[in-house]
Design a protein around this ligand. Sequence first.
Ligand SMILES: [Zn+2]
Length: 104
Amino acid sequence: MKCNCGVEAIRDGVCFKCEYWIELAEVIALGKPTDTRQFCVDSGKIYTLEPEWLDETSRGSLGAGFIIIWKNGDQTITHNLWPIGEVPEWLREKFSSNCSITPL
Ligand SMILES: [Zn+2]
């Protein structure tokens, strides 16, 4: 049996990768006390926003600067944005954008 993305399914008609995304969608939507990461969702691309204070060698996106404009209009400037990946097309509706991200 194949997953909707075309890869062989491991269980419930879903592949390993899509199972990860389905679980992550629930974490983002419902929150989990054990997962306090701040998620940025911009047009199907997922990132986590980490504190600025980390030293330069361990910053996400090699320390590149981004401006995050949240849905409510607030803005965050970061040099520590970690890309998680791009959600498969068929699961996009589970991830509504909560911001737009632009390089500085
Ligand atoms: Zn899949």
